[in-house]
Design a protein around this ligand. Sequence first.
Ligand code: SF4
Length: 396
Amino acid sequence: MDLLNTLVDKGLRRETPTREEALAVLATSDDDLLDVVAAAGKVRRHWFGRRVKLNYLVNLKSGLCPEDCSYCSQRLGSTAGILKYTWLKPDQASEAAAAGLAGGAKRVCLVASGRGPTDRDVDRVSDTIKAIKDRHEDVEVCACLGLLSDGQAERLRAAGADAYNHNLNTSEATYGDITTTHTYADRVDTVHKAHAAGLSACSGLIAGMGERDEDLVDVVFALRELDPDSVPVNFLIPFEGTPLAKEWNLTPQRCVRILAMVRFVCPDVEVRIAGGREVHLRSLQPLALHLANSIFLGDYLTSEGQAGKADLEMIADAGFEVEGADEVTLPEHRAAAGPGGCGSHAAAGGCGSEGEPAGGGVCGTAEASAPASAEPRTDLVAVRRRGAGTDLAPNA
Ligand code: SF4
């Protein structure tokens, strides 16, 4: 297929595809699925080999958020039966992180619900970063605390944070349909702050909220412009008790096509399969490893993932290998730029939601181009009841 040959060539040269080419990937048929995977897989292997980076989520503060992000189980008014707790103490967070690191994770993502941190919260997270790095010198720490005020990114960087996550989530045009308490521009501003402070930017999206193909392409092109080092791709987990509870739009094949499109547009960036991997990719998870070079190990923020051991077995069975702590994730031209030195900046988003969209909402459903045939799989959605914030051992 000429389209795929062109996209491979561009991906190997780090050249941006056209919007039409990105849309064409999303429009390919199931008959072409393996050809799409083979093409995007060449780009993935060129920049990242067969390595899979493992990341581990620690939810420092769960639920009780005053913001209204419709996809999120922690939102204002959510009746999802999730764990609710306030800030974990540094030693509790360090204990939770240790389980993920023992399972093979090389990055710990410290996440807190809320609009953004107070300066006191930044102190707490700084203490937590120290507690983790005292025990695990080589660990990468990414903070995900919501919208940042002036000076907070610099303080996190000084405390030892390596990265900051804030997702754009969806296109600028549809952002107001999923959240009213902050704006797309607010999210962009926080990613700029992270970049400016020398933090490695992590910013991604959520698919499956009823958006059009054009919206998915818009947000991925906005991310390319923003130039984060890592792009988490979430697939909406339609939690009961949130506005988007009925939005079951995704098939495993569509998820694969979305990941392929992201790989073609962001060829040399760490593409991470985030929340919804098990729920939506299901038995196609190993195929998706040919596109993404990074996943979360074990559980998500408020929902359970498959057993950490099953993640490791899947990686091995599919012929991939877990990236070691001594291996550099990013290609040389990016890694040489150092944390945060990953190019131009343009937008970002993120707050307490990395790895796990969780609510419901009504955004662009009338124009949704996702297949209507996707069946609700509520049987696969399990609220997290173990790990951080509980007395039970974490899944790692
Ligand atoms: S995504 Fe973040 S800000 Fe939005 S409701 Fe969830 S925890 Fe709150």
